[in-house]
Design a protein around this ligand. Sequence first.
Ligand SMILES: [Zn+2]
Length: 626
Amino acid sequence: MLFLIFTSTLSCQTEDRNSVIKDQLYPLPAGSIKLDGFFDEYIQNSIDHWNMGDLPYDQFVDFFRHGRPQFALGEMWGKAVRSGCMFYRYTNDPQLKREMDETVKDLLSTQRENGSISCVEIDKQPEESELWERKYVMLGLQEYYEWVNPDPEVLDALIKQADNIISIIGHAPKTEIVDIGWSATNIGHEPCHIESSTLLEPFMRLYNWTGEKRYLDFATYIVESGGTKHHNVFLNALNNVDPWEMAGNYPKAYEMMSLFEGLVEYYRVTGDPQYKEMLLILFQNISTSEITIIGNGGSDQPYHPNVAGEAWGNTALEQTNPDITRMMETCVGVTWLKLCSQLLRLTGDPIIADYIEKYAYNGLIGAMKPTGDGFSYVNLLNGTKVNDHGWGWEFDSLHVTCCNLNGPMGLAYIPYVAVMNSNSGPVINLYNKGNVQFDTPRKRTGTIVIDTDYPVSGDIRLNLYLKKAEKFNIRFRVPGWSEKTELKVNDEKIVATPGTYAEINRKWEPGDVITLSLDMRCRVINAPSGSNRAGDNFQAVVYGPVVLARDENIESNYNDSVFLQAESGYIRAIQEEPLSEKINLQFSVPVDDGKYITMIDYASVDNWNNGKHVCTWLPQKPYKIK
Ligand SMILES: [Zn+2]
């Protein structure tokens, strides 16, 4: 029998005394979960080659010490540190802690005499991209304080930073928060400035830790200001406005969701049901009209050609539009995953976890460099899959963008959401192989060992280790796509309905075994109808949570029209040993005239610097009567 020892000295500080709304699900304490294989390989690759690799933390801090040569570069420090701290929450690696300790100390040494940690000299504050940068300073320090080291000096620095912001931002004679920012004047549009209002999240976190009313008052001021200069995005969410129309001609997807992450925290404290309604309507609208087959969203065409593919674009419906040149910024996907994790905690709705799974297995790891040192900026479904070009800076030989700073945070959220706890017992959201330690409702320690090669197969075995038999509930997510699921406790069959949690409430015995067999038949998905159809029809093939694609590295005719031999929405694809160890999954897929095409998981298609292309939506040959 296996009992694992975990050490965790920090408790989850987000379970705070100020919340009137209690979450349905909550994260397990730091260090409670250890994944093994699949996602863990991506996580370790990112930690080794990015967070503990070549990242120039000292040069990020220098922007605060000496100023910065380009707008918004002050975001880099906070983004790098927050993913490092979230990874530390998972790994407990002392070397990673040392690196975080060192750079936090370095940053604190740049705090100016008015309390600001800013790239801008005091007499020029507030400056256009300063609030966005300061938000990331606060989030980086907060992740450090919460998961690495609750050092009073860090809290003190956060308080000084926040108090300085309050002293300069607000109603006249101060500067209104929606009057400061760079969006969308940077592309010649009327001001939007949504990025500055994303200070909502760090101010709520600081309020939760200090109980100081002035931080809650500032959060209320942000919410009452509406989020942008000309459009109240909170009321627009409540009024069911489509995401791509929520902020005029600049509905930046990443910043908008970052703002609503803060609104989740604000709702927990205020308890006003209209904020929950805003959040749920926004989730519904993004999930149905923006999120593509690989779980990310936003596009340049047809609605916002000047916003570089970073705005909402009715993208779920437009995803096969051949006019799109840039779509699905990695910052957008990661922030969507984070917003989903907040809403999953709040509601306990398993459909939200389906969206996390969809992005994690496809868009997120599909954007990562095989070398681990970065992520694609925008991501295509058909064409050149990855594209590094976008806002960023060159450090010696390292190209750093917003997206390759955010990508690791997406990876760090996988263990955070994979298994959660609740007052009635643990909740399994993702089925990666691993070990999980949890407290039962009677506060006894239990361990779940998840044994599986998922997503290579859909067979999952969970062994439960308890010190003593106890009655409680375990919830197992049955993905919406798993039409026929077999679930058993020992030899007893349990009903498993797709798109729900199968709840098993029983007296669990030490050594109980749960087996789950998910429906991994390959599904054929028809492309949704958008605004631009030149007579082509497209279909895609999906295996469990994994989107398959054709890869020019494997077949030069990767883009040819085919006729998929589907029956009732399924296709008898043959799973094969992958051609190389860099490929996770490979299939032979039957098409017309008795031929087969090779498809691999979208994530494994490598278009980095080789001029090759991907084809995810397969152009369809018209049906031929034989
Ligand atoms: Zn980005």
